[in-house]
Design a protein around this ligand. Sequence first.
Ligand code: NAD
Length: 480
Amino acid sequence: MSEQEFFGHIIDNEEVESLSGERFEVWNPWKREVWAEAAEGAAQDAERAVSSARKAFDEGPWPRLGRVERARAIHRLADLMEARTDDLARMDSTNMAKPFEQATHDVARSVWNFRFFADHQRDHVGEVYPMDTGHHTYSEYGPAGVVAAISPWNFPLMMATWKIAPAIAWGNTCIIKPSEDTPASVTLLGRLAVEAGFPPGVLNVLNGHGFPAGAALTGSYDVDRVTFTGSSITGRTVMASAATHLAPVSLELGGKGANIVFADADLDNAVYWAVEAIFRNAGQICLAGSRLFVHSSIYEEFLRRFVAAAEKLTVGDPFDPATRFSSLASKRHFDKVVSYIDAAREAGGRFLTGGVADDGSWVVRPTIVDNLPLDSAPYCEEIFGPFCVVNSFDTEEEVIHLANDTRYGLNAMLFTENLSRAHRVASQLRAGTVWVNCFFIRDLRTPFGGVGDSGVGREGGNFSREFFTEPKAVVMQIAR
Ligand code: NAD
């Protein structure tokens, strides 16, 4: 990779500068230096990308290709991604300090996003409703049109492909705007789509900031669907903007996941997943288990093991194979997490381990805190960093109340060897996903999304089909 790579927009299968010629700096947060530049999209660049996607949808071959050919084209892209796994992973690791092994894993999951949705649309079946009136009705799932997809920086490639894959598989054309912090891997993906022979306009990449580039997409009357992953506050703006032209939105937003460890849990397993849930990707995971609730009878023992496991994580250069944990993704984000650490100290939190590395880097070490007031900002708000708040509980009812006492509702985890309790508690947790004795395991057929401030709608399997198509009922007379 050269010292100063450039990531342009990909519009109509051409990699282009912004019409203004403006660029922005792309940072390497581990080295704390600029390593590339990207095109700074403005409203006029967004218009160009949207009109390319519009034309490709209204006049181009993609929506008319047929499900088998479309699946074949998408698998070709997936093959190219597989062949370039190291390059794609290197971009995310450079761009946001994700340990290379984790970034490689993300590429594999991104490839699977494409393969899964290519096959899902190819093999899908509709429904037939026999009627008592001498008719039947069947359903058809035609593409919705032009999709604007906006993604965050924490899983730059994976979050983008989670949106692009179902959108294009169902015959739509798409504009993806990656986060301004991480334009690299998604731009490479756009280049690979050209190489895979995608018709112009099927996958456009628009680089730039949320405002004006992202806002110009969500507000465009030529956009038929808006799918967004990011913070709850931006989600509100995105929804309001899409409402001006009544485009349906799918919003995957923030979280403050509860992780509950009952007294009868397999402690080795619970400790392993508690560490993964809050320290993988340096805690920059919407699904992070950032509020940990441990039964009082095992509280001290669990904390001892949890703290020891957190302290064992090797902190360092994302490209060092031993590294499990690296710096935060940007200076701006580092400052935000540090402000919550300061707030936790001021609120009287007991720091069991962690804190700011204080070596000039943008590292916040794996941090575990208890004794935080339940109305303090670090307890209530999404920090999106390696910061775990721990509390003890005595009864099932109490912990269900504690877990549900949040504006968010993306996910929860619970650890117990009691099957009845697992079912009982899982059904009472207010969350889009509940993991029992595990974390982060996904089957792409299942609904994914959140409750409350964590989002609107669900994606995955048929849920993605409902969102990215215009389902139609065809009523047939079958008897006269
Ligand atoms: P963010 O909301 O700041 O930005 C997300 C994207 O929106 C970026 O591409 C940004 O440029 C764009 N954007 C910003 N303002 C916009 C506007 N006015 N109009 C259109 N687009 C705009 O979020 P972030 O900091 O990049 O990501 C972190 C957040 O994402 C966290 O809250 C995290 O929980 C959430 N997240 C959620 C999920 C999920 O599946 N629920 C997954 C990953 C991340």
